[in-house]
Design a protein around this ligand. Structure first.
Ligand SMILES: [Zn+2]
Length: 229
């Protein structure tokens, strides 16, 4: 006599998966340690909370393997082929970024930004023809970001080499960005021949460069002012 196969009552816990055995306490997320590991990695991404991480993990589980693997390969390729420019710390596929390598860009002006995406914002505005320096963050003591975590020393080394006439501080016009600009301004006092400017306040205070429109970024760079005492 053959027994009819039992109905699948719980589709979230496939047989054999850890935690699927009766009497065992359920894993914190479903029954799979593998899925839990994915949730934990996704949760580390900026702006992703636990709920979103779980939703994304379930999405990855649901889509065809090729589609999920395209995401995995894209992440691998970014880590394999992209690095920071040895001079300005922008993103590049070679040792030096296209902007640093371009002889048409004015090396006497350095625009200091927080993140590579800020370079894209200013480049899109089309108003700037100098070079950049990417800090890779902003001074945020409460979040544990110290000046040593930023590329400030490398910026000072570039200025020390000579040939720099102006440093434009284009950090975001918010608490962290303003504090970072002030700190760099202080350090640049060691180079009295270098003009230090701050982008104009066209960008709403407390906001971010990356969210500003093209014309506002352009106006902010054009309308930069001397950063005094
Ligand atoms: Zn560069």
């Amino acid at each position: 006599m053959t027994q009819p196969s039992p109905p699948m009552k719980d589709r979230s816990a496939p047989a054999g998966a850890p935690g699927a055995e009766a009497g065992k306490a359920a894993a914190p997320f479903g029954a799979s340690k593998v899925l839990q590991a994915l949730v934990e990695e996704l949760e580390k991404l900026p702006g992703i909370g636990k709920k979103t991480a779980e939703r994304l993990a379930y999405h990855v589980l649901r889509v065809p393997a090729e589609e999920a693997m395209r995401l995995a390969y894209a992440i691998r390729d970014v880590k394999k082929s992209l690095r920071h420019c040895r001079t300005c710390f922008h993103i590049t596929e070679s040792d030096e970024c296209e902007i640093c390598a371009d002889p048409g860009r004015d090396p006497s002006t350095i625009c200091v930004v927080e993140q590579p995406k800020d370079v894209y914002s200013i480049e899109t505005s089309g108003s700037y023809k100098g070079r950049y320096h990417v800090l890779l963050g902003a001074f945020a003591p409460l979040e544990g970001v110290t000046p040593q975590d930023l590329t400030i020393e490398q910026l000072l080394a570039r200025v020390r080499q000579g040939g720099v006439r102006e440093v434009i501080l284009a950090t975001n016009p918010n608490f962290e960005g303003d504090g970072t600009a002030l700190m760099i301004r202080e350090k640049l006092r060691a180079f009295p021949a270098v003009r230090v400017t701050r982008i104009a306040r066209g960008i709403p205070s407390g906001s971010q460069l990356e969210h500003a429109s093209r014309s506002i970024v352009s106006d902010a760079v054009e309308g930069r002012r001397e950063m005094g005492d």
